[in-house]
Design a protein around this ligand. Structure first.
Ligand code: NAG
Ligand code: NAG
Ligand code: NAG
Ligand code: NAG
Ligand code: NAG
Ligand code: NAG
Ligand code: NAG
Length: 531
């Protein structure tokens, strides 16, 4: 429990106020808009014979102003598109909850498609960060994953997920902190709804703590009893660890901190960015969080003060207890993009706040992290963010801010490119595509007979969501992130994996961008004497 409190404070720096009913309603429409976006695209580009009522919804979705009489609220709206000559019938599958009164148990519906042929084949390559999937799984390429190999991961796992014939079973070993496990499983369930029939049978073990657990130093190729390392799914990776990186729970919501699922939140952030133009934003670097979770954060707080110069930073301590008590008033994420520069610094490990900070259209000053989440490894310094050295934070921060204020055009471009990376490459569709490819790649490695363990239970969206009827945030996040029907668009095309040469070249590119910033910074400080 001690560790848990520690973790709670470590991973998140932001949250959002609960929306009032009207905004919520309009956001609901936004959601409709977002989930059907791919669809619209198709309709506009390929299929010109779309049904009129569908168009009507899109218009409403886009204006997001009034509360319209939505004709499309019928439980199973049937949408017919005609791509190539084959008509595809698309039916919506909302949660099918059995009636609340009485003591019948919730069952998993049998009518959700178990196979679905996407009408639109992919014509785009996935973002570059997909290239890392292959590398994350490479260590098992030769040996595959046997029962013995898999079970060695169990002592570190919070739960086991078994997918067999498209059905999902969970065996929980340990309760994870807050709802991390709940929303991680929920996310995999949504993936199954998105791409029915495309997830192979598999068994996986998942760790929900902050830090990876399968450290390379403990597993050596020449020691047969430890090789290959046990495969463990986790939210972040480290160059010295073998953990398999998987999207974290916050993409489906973090109700305890009032953080909405990513689909909805990214739209709100995009809107929020329009509120204060970059030029009008506070020309300082902003950070708010808990400095007590890691020495490097405590160290950052010292940049707050200098008797020789203006340190150009605005640092604030987040008091979670007080924030929670106050109902998160005044801490909506989308209202926090009012500084020209935002600092990202990891806590106990990677921080969920990364995607929110990078989404601000502000230039992110990113203290070089040790841990990475699934999308970070393909980001490029000076293109998507300004790199800050962990051992020279204060001087680097001051220079970066001054440089940005002297070169506003360039600083804005870096800010914008960082946000575009989040908004485009991290669209929920891509998050699911990433999960799909990780699980497909992982499934291929299974050298064991996938079996449902004795004490595992079948879990579906209905068994998770339907019993939650308190009108609270957890159910809200689930309703907001529910995948209503299989994707009409196929997953993006997997880019070829990094070859050794290509990877070297890419890492060199990252490194030389980092060096450039360091050189400028050092030149500046050398002229000015001691820091
Ligand atoms: C919903 O669909 C059913 C069956 O297709 C139909 O009987 C009903 O009138 C529809 N309801 C609305 C509100 O359109
Ligand atoms: C609930 O279950 C009990 C015993 O199984 C039964 O007596 C009772 O009628 C049930 N209630 C409803 C509303 O179905
Ligand atoms: C909901 O589930 C019940 C029982 O499983 C089934 O009979 C019914 O057709 C389902 N309804 C919808 C709208 O899918
Ligand atoms: C920042 O420095 C000022 C001046 O020393 C101090 O009053 C303030 O409390 C500091 N803020 C934080 C968050 O440490
Ligand atoms: C920014 O411009 C001012 C005024 O020209 C100059 O004194 C300062 O050194 C510049 N700082 C950076 C980091 O370029
Ligand atoms: C899986 O089960 C089949 C049939 O029971 C058996 O022949 C096979 O050896 C098993 N494979 C493994 C890897 O245990
Ligand atoms: C399943 O649960 C029962 C009762 O809690 C326990 O006795 C049994 O050992 C469990 N089986 C496994 C495989 O964990």
């Amino acid at each position: 429990m001690r560790e848990n409190i520690h973790e709670a404070q470590s991973t998140e720096d932001h949250h959002q106020k609960y929306q009032n009913p009207i905004t919520r309603l309009s956001s609901k429409l936004t959601k409709t808009w977002v989930t059907t976006k791919i669809f619209i695209f198709v309709l506009f580009i390929i299929v010109l014979s779309a049904s009129f009522s569908l168009m009507h919804t899109f218009v409403l979705g886009e204006s997001r102003l009034q509360i319209p009489s939505i004709r499309n609220t019928n439980k199973s709206t049937t949408i017919t598109t005609t791509t190539s000559n084959i008509p595809k019938i698309l039916v919506k599958f909302p949660l099918n909850c059995t009636s609340l009164n009485g003591n019948t148990t919730q069952t998993c519906p049998l009518n959700y498609p178990t196979k679905f042929e996407p009408a639109i084949s992919s014509s785009e390559t996935c973002p570059d960060y997909f290239k890392w999937i292959h590398r994350d799984l490479k260590v098992w390429q030769k040996t595959g994953i046997t029962r013995e190999t898999l079970e060695r991961a169990k002592p570190n796992a919070h739960f086991r997920v078994v997918i067999k014939s498209g059905k999902l079973y969970v065996h929980q070993y340990d309760k994870a902190f807050q709802t991390r496990d709940v929303f991680t499983i929920w996310g995999i369930l949504q993936l199954l709804r998105m791409y029915p029939g495309q997830i192979p049978d598999l068994e996986l073990l998942f760790l929900c703590h902050d830090r990876p657990a399968i450290w390379k130093r403990d597993f050596k190729k020449n020691r047969k009893d430890t090789w290959p390392p046990p495969p463990l799914f986790h939210y972040c990776g480290h160059r010295d660890a073998y953990d398999i990186v998987f999207p974290d729970w916050s993409f489906w919501g973090w109700p305890e901190l009032n953080i909405k699922e990513w689909n909805k939140l990214s739209v709100a952030l995009k809107e929020g960015n329009k509120k204060v133009k970059w030029e009008d934003r506070v020309p300082y670097a902003y950070w708010k969080g808990n400095p007590h979770v890691s020495p490097i954060r405590g160290d950052l707080m010292r940049c707050n003060f200098s008797d020789k110069y203006d340190p150009m930073v605005r640092l604030y301590v987040q008091d979670w207890v007080r924030e929670i008590e106050a109902g998160f008033r005044g801490s909506r994420l989308e209202d926090q993009c009012i500084h020209r520069y935002k600092i990202y610094i990891e806590g106990n490990a990677w921080s969920v706040s990364e995607k929110y900070i990078l989404s601000c259209d502000s230039m992110t000053l990113l203290v070089k992290p040790e841990y990475y989440d699934f999308f970070f490894r393909s980001m490029i310094p000076m293109k998507h963010y300004w790199p800050i050295r962990p051992n020279n934070k204060c001087g680097d921060l001051k220079f970066a801010v001054e440089w940005g204020n002297n070169n506003t055009e360039e600083a804005q471009v870096i800010g914008r490119q960082g946000s575009e990376y989040m908004m485009k490459n991290l669209e929920m569709k891509y998050v699911y595509d990433y999960m799909l490819y990780v699980l497909q790649g992982y499934g291929k490695l299974m050298k064991l007979n996938v079996t449902v363990p004795e004490n595992a239970t079948q879990v579906c969206s209905e068994t998770m969501a339907c019993p939650i009827t308190d009108g609270g945030q957890i159910r809200q996040c689930m309703d907001d992130s529910l995948v209503m029907y299989p994707s009409v668009k196929a997953a993006c095309d997997m880019p070829p994996p990094y070859g050794d040469y290509e990877l070297k070249k890419f890492l060199k590119k990252q490194e030389s961008a980092r060096r450039k910033a360091e050189k400028w910074t050092d030149q500046y400080w050398n002229l000015r004497g001691p820091k």
